[in-house]
Design a protein around this ligand. Structure first.
Ligand SMILES: [Zn+2]
Length: 150
């Protein structure tokens, strides 16, 4: 009896300990913005550096830091901020390139659709059936394909 009781107690304990952790994990995952782009991440990191700089300034003003320490830490933070800033600019450029590429890809897709035989494309929902079909594979609507009738 005792080993079983011990096991149950252990499992219960583990669940008790893990539950709040799991709950918190779930909550933070659901509050995460859907669009965490590299650019947004860089901005967030830059804000952290600025916060650190402010704290540093505050501590220095409060006399908690020696001037040389303050100066070297400040240079570190400023260097980091500059790096992040440059990375942001790079990411911004990449974003523009991405937009151009996306446009290109969309145009290519559109032209591919134009080249597709009309009877592949459902007149109702626009689904591109991979084969000539009498009825749309997506919505079941009658397509304009006629070879199966002849
Ligand atoms: Zn359809």
């Amino acid at each position: 009896m005792f080993p079983l009781f011990g096991l149950l107690a252990a499992v219960g304990m583990a669940a008790f300990v893990a539950m709040p952790l799991l709950a918190r994990e779930g909550a933070s995952a659901s509050t995460l913005p859907v669009d965490v782009t590299p650019l947004a991440d860089l901005k967030r990191r830059r804000l952290v550096v600025y916060e650190n700089l402010k704290d540093l300034e505050f501590e220095y003003q409060a006399g908690k830091l020696a001037a040389p320490d303050y100066e070297s830490l400040r240079q570190n933070y400023l260097g980091e901020a500059a790096t992040l800033m440059a990375a942001s600019q790079e990411a911004e450029q990449l974003k523009e390139i991405d937009a151009v590429l996306e446009h290109e890809i969309a145009a290519r897709r559109a032209s591919r659709r134009d080249r597709l035989p009309k009877d592949y494309v459902c007149p109702k929902c626009g689904f591109e059936n991979p084969l000539p079909v009498k009825f749309c594979g997506e919505c079941g609507a009658k397509t304009t394909h006629r070879s199966s009738l002849t």
